[in-house]
Ligand binder design. Sequence first.
Ligand SMILES: Cc1cc2nc3c(=O)[nH]c(=O)nc-3n(C[C@H](O)[C@H](O)[C@H](O)COP(=O)(O)OP(=O)(O)OC[C@H]3O[C@@H](n4cnc5c(N)ncnc54)[C@H](O)[C@@H]3O)c2cc1C
Ligand SMILES: O=C(O)CCC(=O)C(=O)O
Length: 322
Amino acid sequence: LCIAETCPSCSVTVLSEQSSPNTTSDVAAGMLIPHTYPGTPIHVQKQWFKETFAYLFAISNSAEASEAGIHLVSGWQVFKNTPKEELPFWSDVVLGFRPMSKAELQKFPQHRFGQAFTTLKCDCPPYLLWLEKRLKATGVQMYTRKVADLWELHSEYNVVVNCAGIGARQLVGDEKLFPIRGQVLKVHAPWVKNFIRDGDGLTYIYPGIHRVTLGGTREKESWSLSPDAGTTKDIFDRCCALEPSLRGARDIEVKVGLRPSRQCVRLQREVLSQGGVQLPVVHNYGHGAGGFSVHRGTAKEAARLVGECIAALQGSSSRAKL
Ligand SMILES: Cc1cc2nc3c(=O)[nH]c(=O)nc-3n(C[C@H](O)[C@H](O)[C@H](O)COP(=O)(O)OP(=O)(O)OC[C@H]3O[C@@H](n4cnc5c(N)ncnc54)[C@H](O)[C@@H]3O)c2cc1C
Ligand SMILES: O=C(O)CCC(=O)C(=O)O
């Protein structure tokens, strides 16, 4: 969508093996709480987060908000012990970030420190369906197709953008990309209005417009997409310890996704070359546990790189004509 918007003369086609509701993005809670990528400078990650926050904030403040599934949500991140870093790098991007008061902390007798703030949440699938609708309105073609090798695309397209998530491990043989399995529950508990996140990042309660997401797990190198019943009970008990009213939650749905994890997002241009033929590629995958938090910022950079590929192609065709 970002490419179609920034380069209206491009004709864009989306090829995907799976689409909503069968992608990792459909499993996510969709909260804007960044995860740190150790291999990317903090100021770059902060810029990605800021751009994403500003983009979604504008949607949340428009008539589109409910259809797009974007809303502001306030709540608390609580810690059993005071963290080393009391001010995360994103504290001045979210709204109203402040330490919790003693009175607020009384809600969490097991925790000694906490941060209160307001952030944004994307509800999925609605947000993905809204993006799809906008893609179609811009004239983008969408096809269901598994790509086995990027080279199969060279005769049909001038530039290929690789946003394959965990699928990039096989598609481009990236061994630095690995899954971190996450199991979550989506429940009906409309009385839960505030988010609660344990600072260890394992247990969280994220209310959406229709369902509340309860999490979670982080299982490195596990490729299993099957829900585990013992894990479901464990997640539910952990969440009830933070928010006892969840014992009354109904319609528990269990979801599993594989976070496409890497030291850093792979956001770069590459020119593939075979038998004198070149294929410009822009990679944009490896967003790990924070894909929603930085999606617009990384998409903008990917679109800029596509612009560079087009300029290079135009340069080489005019040189060829000379
Ligand atoms: C349990 C859980 C909770 C999460 N919660 C949050 C959260 O609250 N906030 C947050 O910021 N992030 C969260 N995340 C992380 C987030 O979900 C991911 O970072 C994000 O979804 C990755 O998006 P993606 O588009 O790269 O991958 P995907 O959503 O997996 O999309 C990849 C697409 O590429 C297609 N594809 C792959 N290989 C091929 C191929 N060879 N040929 C054709 N198509 C292919 C797939 O079919 C799919 O359509 C969570 C993740 C999990 C698992
Ligand atoms: O970490 C969080 O709190 C948001 C959820 C998430 O990003 C995850 O489970 O990967």
